[in-house]
Design a binder for this molecule. Structure first.
Ligand SMILES: [Ca+2]
Length: 205
């Protein structure tokens, strides 16, 4: 009996840490830490580093803020990835890319994702939920970086590798666009505080 109790306790602890799936007897409750960690670990698994996303931010913002540092860009990418809405989009998009790569989606979605079908735009719609987090200026940044496809975006769009990144390319572009918008809002707040001692900008963005 003691052995059974100790196994139950160990299982409960693992569930709390999100390391095993909950069963029907234990009510579901969201483990925020697990969601955040899974987001970062999936990006890493798909070969995308935060530094590469920060480089995109630098490309987008250096003309507006010549003194912007890579460290600041990285900080802002990190802040964007801490938002639950962003994590949800990253988890969903990468999951679909992986399932498509394994051939596990139902037809015709399987073929559409595998071939990055031009008339399939749900990848971009999902990315908009990331861009949206920091307001409408993110859309301009997203459109610009998506057209230019510099750095990591060029690699993610390379179809010759056999890797399916139909969702991931848009997700990465969107995270960079959102981080750029965050920088713009915060720089504006800094400027207003410097000039007037106060700001209407939300410093907690
Ligand atoms: Ca795409």
């Amino acid at each position: 009996m003691k052995k059974v109790q100790s196994i139950c306790r160990a299982l409960q602890q693992l569930r709390k840490r999100g390391e095993i799936m909950a069963d029907a007897n234990i009510p579901y409750s969201l483990n925020s830490k697990h969601v955040a960690e899974a987001t970062r670990s999936l990006l890493h698994e798909r070969g995308v580093t935060l530094a590469e996303i920060a480089e995109l931010v630098m490309i987008l913002q250096k003309k507006y803020y010549p003194n912007l540092t890579m460290e600041e860009c990285l900080e802002n990418v990190d802040a964007v990835l801490s938002k639950r809405e962003v994590q949800n989009a990253v988890l969903t998009g990468i999951q679909l890319d992986k399932l498509a790569e394994e051939g596990n989606l139902l037809s015709p979605l399987q073929e559409m994702l595998a071939n990055d079908e031009g008339l399939y735009g749900v990848d971009e719609i999902l990315a908009f939920s990331i861009v949206n987090v920091y307001g409408s200026i993110g859309f301009t940044n997203y459109g610009y970086i998506d057209k230019l496809k510099p750095g990591v975006l060029e690699r993610l769009n390379d179809k010759s590798s056999g890797v399916i990144n139909t969702f991931l390319d848009d997700i990465v572009g969107a995270v960079a666009a959102a981080a750029s918008s965050r920088i713009a809002h915060r720089k504006q707040a800094d400027l207003e505080i410097e000039v007037t001692g106060t700001t209407e900008e939300d410093k907690n963005l």
